[in-house]
Design a protein around this ligand. Structure first.
Ligand SMILES: *Cc1c(COP(=O)(O)O)cnc(C)c1O
Length: 340
């Protein structure tokens, strides 16, 4: 086990930190090159790159964890590989095969091992795979060349400090179109979320909540995280819609709620004017992990769930089960943990 560098592990936020190595690979004439690790954290691309003008960019977000026994865990990385492939197909980009994706992730983690937050600090090594269309171009068409890269950095909690409830504001803006790119992790979905996010922050909310773009009556996303609620009769409920980004954390919680906590689980419409059916609610994602939702502001009404200051018992149990698996404290369902 490589000795960690000196960092204030307990106070890491979600900020860019330059680590030593990143993986980079180029697509040219219909194939990927062998890929290398480089110390250069800048990319040099043509001014005509489709990524710059037409949003031909996809990304992923995943983490490596220093486990209790000192080994390094990846959490369901083949799910990220496959989701990136779906995002790429949506934007007419070439795909990275799952085995190459996972090998590249492992190389980046190993090369930056000293940056993995020690076990017990609550931190992790965040990995950012991305692909962009590059090369000389001006028309609205798929690029001839592509760059695939994975970089990483140590991170702490995304929304302040771990399991502290956060309040959210229902936005008037839509995040994605009904039959658009909402279910793909593509750059274009996020530029448009900056303004609603900033309006929420200005009013002291953690982020914007987006309703479904067709009827504006159902909750879809909490910023860049998925929504879940626990009903008063102990059902785990999460919204279903073609414009939601299918969160790997969310599908993991659906499984754990059913198989480990014995809850009934449902993917169904979550009407924003019927929040009183929930005893607890949360936002989930790789970066957010589980962020308990204190309350939701919808027009002039503020709805409180369990409490604005304390986390409900089922949310706590889910958090413990999920993070226990990720840090190697709790037995993982088959295939969920891949060792680096
Ligand atoms: C990445 C992302 C999520 C969370 O997905 P995970 O696979 O759990 O990290 C949720 N919503 C949006 C909009 C996202 O971009």
């Amino acid at each position: 086990m490589k000795k960690p560098i000196e960092l204030d592990w307990a106070n890491l936020g979600f900020n860019y930190i330059k680590t030593d190595y990143r993986y980079i690979s180029y697509w040219d004439k219909g194939e990927w090159d062998d890929g290398t690790l480089t110390e250069d954290n800048t990319v040099h691309i043509s001014e005509g790159s489709t990524a710059l003008h037409y949003g031909q960019t996809v990304f992923e977000g995943m983490k490596a964890y220093r486990a209790k026994d000192g080994s390094i865990n990846l959490f369901r990385p083949e799910e990220n590989a496959e989701r990136m492939q779906r995002s790429c197909r949506r934007l007419m980009m070439p795909v990275i095969p799952t085995d190459i994706f996972i090998e590249a992730v492992k190389k980046v983690v190993k090369a930056n091992e000293a940056y993995i937050p020690p076990y017990g600090t609550g931190g992790s090594l965040y990995l950012r795979p991305y692909m962009i269309g590059i090369g000389d171009n001006i028309g609205v068409k798929p690029a001839s060349n592509y760059l695939f890269s994975i970089f990483c950095m140590p991170v702490g909690a995304y929304f302040k400090n771990g399991l502290v409830p956060t309040n959210f504001l229902v936005s008037d803006y839509d995040r994605a179109a009904g039959n658009g790119t909402g279910s793909s992790k593509v750059g274009g979905n996020y530029g448009g979320s900056l303004l609603p996010g900033s309006e929420a922050h200005k009013r002291n909310f953690g982020d914007a909540i987006y309703l479904d773009p067709i009827t504006h009556t159902k909750i879809e996303e909490v910023g860049a995280a998925n929504f879940f609620g626990i009903t008063k009769d102990n059902q785990f409920v999460t919204p279903i819609s073609p414009s939601i980004l299918p969160s790997i954390t969310k599908y993991s919680l659906l499984y754990l709620a059913k198989e480990r906590l014995g809850l009934e689980v449902k993917e169904e419409d979550v009407f924003v004017d019927r929040l009183d059916r929930f005893a607890e609610a949360g936002a989930c994602g790789t970066a957010a992990v589980i962020t308990p939702i204190g309350g939701i502001q919808y027009k002039d009404n503020f709805h409180t769930f369990y409490s604005e200051t304390e986390t409900g018992p089922i949310t706590k149990k889910l958090y413990k089960e999920l993070t226990g698996i990720q840090y190697g404290e709790v037995k993982a369902p088959k295939g969920w943990i891949i060792k680096v």
